[in-house]
Design a protein around this ligand. Structure first.
Ligand code: G3H
Length: 541
């Protein structure tokens, strides 16, 4: 049977895009933010094309959205110098500023960011093909994350606005910044995941070099003036260009104190190795994952199916937390795979602005070809695509495929497909999926589907030591953002909850002295004079 809407028909002509989702013309970004200025760029540009294709007289053509600067190592080094100067070895205005003042600047920025919501949301949708509804959610979640961060920092600061006395020593302990942060976000949550590192890094008093992701770059452009206007010069600097040309030099300079990257472990490893001072560099990384679902014979099949659909196909499976391999007990595997196929084929597919759409075009140009290879490889090794039309591809669009039965010989068994393909592996003994997780180079999360308390309990204890979150009868996910988000092995370094991120981008420093009368008087005079932002009992209300 063919698809209810043939793939040729999901792409439309430009004039058919509803006016409320259109961009205000081409967005040609000819400037970038560095050292407090919007610097003009008249060099090479990168043309940004959308994963959304338009029907034209010459066939399907990707929609051109605009362009951004392809700067070189020179501009990146200037931005680095600006960040280094603004930090000024910890003496700069920003790292020495009081926490309440820094919070004020971030609040100002957030107000200005909200004013740009409409354009940023549309750019998320057009640049990465995320549905309009999910693009709005991404924006709102990011704003909420900033407010949660501000509240969490106020709490930390309140606890720090006092002295502690131990063994005749009086001390004040606060969190202080680390230095220059190089921040790089991913394409799949280009705003949210970037800001879950960028905002904590700034608010803790660090200065920043920010490289937007390759897909999902222009959506940051409307925010650059807000960064310029809300923070002292050099606190936020952007770098544009090909990562492999500009980023290695920054690391080799030895002037980056923190590398924060949500992306691949390969890139993170290469970059870390370039830094000449290993002990100086901190890394806060969200990396690869191949989260598994384990559906036991005692699972509620309907629930396991609906959570698998959500977990493996939200944003076309392009989430680091997506379920990327599904182990199902042999006794229910056929039934599970059948129901999964039916549910997958009920998903609405089409253009990202369409209401209720679940499956949309993919932004990475190589992805349809790669997914096809994975499917062909699985077929060659004995699996089938069991849902009708699964894997059918046109231009940037791939109809989701349920592949069954998957085994060890297939690429889909180990590789992180990061796309709309669901490998289902039948197993006989629970040891098999557990062994899979032990051998895996990843260790982010797992989902267990079972209603048997003994079985679930017996899985929980070994699995919490393999991954960082065990989900019971539900999909894997990052949220709520106040929960710790991390992973073992090649999946992460550091932890990113609202509070953990504030810790990750700072270090505790303390001022301590012996509790003598003279020292007590000296400390009181410093506190009364309000000359120090660190040694201070000011309380943020
Ligand atoms: O790509 C990884 C994201 O952090 C996933 O977040 O689980 O809330 O979609 P999510």
């Amino acid at each position: 049977m063919s698809l209810p809407i043939p793939l040729e028909e999901i792409f439309v002509e430009e004039k058919e895009v509803p006016a409320e989702f259109q961009l205000p013309g081409l967005i040609n970004q000819k400037e970038y933010l560095s050292n407090g200025e919007m610097k003009q760029w008249d060099g090479d540009m990168h043309t940004v094309v959308s994963p959304v294709y338009f029907k034209t007289a010459d066939g399907l053509k990707p929609r051109v959205i605009g362009s951004y600067p392809l700067c070189t190592g020179k501009e990146a080094n200037e931005a680095l110098d600006a960040a280094v100067a603004a930090y000024d070895n910890g003496k700069g205005e920003w790292p020495t500023m009081s926490v309440s003042e820094r919070i004020h600047y971030v609040e100002e920025f957030t107000h200005k960011m909200i004013e740009k919501k409409d354009l940023v949301v549309k750019l998320i949708m057009w640049e990465i093909g995320k549905s309009y509804t999910d693009s709005v959610k991404e924006f709102d979640r990011t704003v909420e994350y900033i407010y949660l961060t501000i509240d969490a920092l106020k709490d930390i600061d309140r606890q720090s606005s006092r002295f502690e006395i131990e063994q005749g020593i009086i001390a004040q302990i606060r969190r202080s910044p680390l230095g220059v942060v190089l921040c790089m976000g991913p394409f799949n949550y280009p705003l949210n995941e970037t800001f879950t590192t960028l905002i904590p890094a700034i608010i803790m008093g660090n200065t920043l070099l920010f490289k937007p992701p390759k897909h999902g770059t222009l959506l940051h452009y409307p925010l650059l003036e807000a960064f310029r206007d809300c923070f002292p010069k050099g606190v936020v600097n952007t770098i544009y260009g090909r990562g492999h040309n500009i980023v290695p030099g920054l690391m080799q300079s030895g002037k980056v104190n923190v590398l924060t990257l949500i992306g691949s472990s390969k890139v993170a490893n290469e970059l870390k190795k370039l830094h000449p001072k290993v002990n100086r560099l901190r890394a806060i990384l969200g990396l690869d994952a191949k989260n598994a679902a384990i559906v036991t014979a005692k699972a509620d099949i309907g629930l396991a199916v609906s959570e698998t659909v959500l977990g493996s196909l939200s944003f076309n499976g392009q989430r680091c937390t997506a379920l990327k391999i599904i182990f199902v007990h042999q006794s229910i595997a056929e039934e599970f795979a059948k129901q999964l196929s039916e549910q997958v084929n009920k998903l609405a597919y089409g253009m990202p602005w369409q209401k209720g759409v679940a499956i949309t075009p993919l932004p990475e140009p190589h992805k349809p070809g790669y997914l096809k290879d994975c499917i062909e490889d699985a077929k060659a090794n004995g699996a089938k695509v069991i849902n009708e039309n699964g894997g059918e591809t046109l231009a940037s669009f791939v109809y989701p495929a349920v592949v069954f039965p998957v085994n060890k010989k297939m690429k889909l068994y180990r590789e992180e497909q990061f796309g709309p393909v669901i490998p289902v592996v039948p197993y006989d003994e629970l040891d098999e999926p557990v062994e899979y997780l032990i051998e895996s180079t990843h260790g982010q999360q797992v989902s267990i589907f079972s209603n048997d308390e003994k079985e679930v309990a017996e899985l929980i204890d070994p699995l919490v030591n393999q991954v960082s979150r065990v989900n019971i009868n539900c999909q894997c996910q990052r949220g709520p953002d106040v929960f710790p988000f991390t992973g073992r092995k090649d999946s992460a370094e550091g932890t990113l909850s609202v509070v953990d991120a504030l810790r990750a981008f700072s270090i505790r420093s303390l001022v301590a002295t012996k509790l003598t009368d003279k020292n007590k008087q000296l400390i009181n005079r410093i506190v009364d004079s309000h000359e120090s932002n660190f040694l201070s009992t000011k309380y943020i209300f």
